[in-house]
Write a protein that binds this ligand. Structure first.
Ligand code: NAI
Ligand code: MG
Length: 351
């Protein structure tokens, strides 16, 4: 089975961690005969913008479309190009045009890694964030440029757009520990959130074996810090999911290990896999970038292609390495990007 991947290393440390994660995937393929990865690299980035005046060519999306998946590092460098140009010219266009309506972000305590939680217990959760509508809409406006100025921002919740991440969450929970938590705020937001609760209730009827609960987002944010082990799969709207997933990255111990996937559920377009972190211009070129976020993201890509067993195998290899304390400076270690990758590859080949 040959999997064709469009790689976009992008900017900053994206260019350091993407090639390392590709090496790991090649090693996984070597160990597991019958699987092969072909990478085609695209140079789209802020530097590309400075040379060409655009973040990607006009037919960029057409070029990406025939691939099985997009593997992205990070985009953006405020010193070269304003963020709204670089992110909207590439990342956000791909997410929108390729209908990547679900953003999936796991958070799990890895062996040997000190979590900043006061009372860390093994936690292993996944946030499913609605990625295309909700609070992040372009409907609204501003009126009166005087002391009576008003800004109005509408949230849009369609039935399809609400059911989609919920079904995804239930299907995922069925393969995990069978528990879905809905992030709501129906005690304060009187139209969209009661609708959200109603759809959650309806979708949950289709999955009688899955345990459900519903938590207000403020309490849920606190529980992520005080008892993250209580959660399995959490489904959230665009804004609530955005906030929860950053907490998820924080409780793991470093943003440098947090993975993410933007999923196209209708199968019409490729999905995009990218770590949570950005281009980290402050550490670029020093060998300090933690490659685990990008490598764990590659694991999510394996899961996506129905290779969940291989995905687990890769995550086990990552944990064997973190358990030995072979980690980069963000986790208190003194190993380089390449050292950590080499150790993971050794583990992959050893088993
Ligand atoms: P950032 O995630 O790049 O960096 C935040 C902090 O975390 C920095 O101190 C950095 O050194 C550290 N860090 C991040 N990744 C790390 C890793 N793998 N290993 C070790 N340390 C790591 O966020 P920041 O500084 O706000 O953004 C920098 C640029 O990246 C901006 O242009 C921003 O727009 C862009 N960005 C792009 C994203 C994407 O492509 N999806 C996501 C977030 C930011
Ligand atoms: Mg965020």
């Amino acid at each position: 089975k040959c999997i064709n991947i469009a790689s976009i290393p992008g900017d900053g440390i994206g260019r350091e961690v993407v090639p390392q994660a590709e090496r790991v995937l090649k090693a996984v393929a070597e160990v597991h005969g019958g699987l092969d990865f072909q990478f085609r690299s695209f140079p789209w980035s802020c530097e590309y913008y400075l040379e060409h005046g655009v973040m990607m060519p006009e037919d960029g999306l057409e070029q990406l479309k025939p691939h099985d998946a997009i593997f992205l590092g990070a985009v953006g460098n405020q010193h070269l190009v304003p963020d709204h140009i670089s992110l909207w010219g590439l990342l956000i266009q791909i997410r929108r045009e390729f209908e990547q309506s679900i953003n999936m972000r796991p958070a799990k305590q890895l062996a040997g890694i000190q979590s900043p939680l006061l009372n860390p217990k093994d936690f292993d959760l996944v946030v499913i964030r609605e990625n295309s509508e909700g609070e992040y809409s372009s409907i609204g406006g501003r009126i009166h440029q005087n002391e009576d100025e008003v800004a109005i921002q509408n949230a849009v919740f369609t039935r399809k757009g609400t059911e989609r991440p919920m079904r995804y969450a239930f299907e995922l929970a069925a393969k995990r520990r069978g528990h879905v938590t809905s992030a709501t705020k129906s005690n304060g937001i009187v139209y969209s959130m009661p609708f959200w609760d109603q759809v959650f209730e309806e979708v949950s009827q289709e999955y009688p074996s899955i345990k459900t609960d519903s938590q207000h987002i403020d309490a849920l944010a606190a529980f992520f810090v005080t008892k993250p082990a209580a959660f399995d799969v959490i489904v959230a709207s665009n804004l609530f999911g955005d906030i929860l997933t950053d907490i998820g990255a924080a409780i793991m111990g470093s943003i440098g290990i947090a993975p993410a996937a933007n999923i196209n559920v209708n199968g019409k377009y490729p999905s995009m896999f990218e770590p949570v972190h950005g281009s980290a211009p402050d550490i670029v070129g020093k060998g300090l970038a933690n490659p685990i976020g990008q490598i764990w993201t590659a694991k999510m890509m394996l899961d996506h292609f129905g290779e969940a067993e291989l995905g687990t195998y890769l995550l086990d290899a990552i944990e064997s390495v973190t358990a030995k304390g072979i980690v980069t400076a963000d986790l208190g270690g003194s190993y380089s990007t390449e050292d950590v990758t080499n150790a993971i590859i050794e583990e992959v080949k050893r088993k």
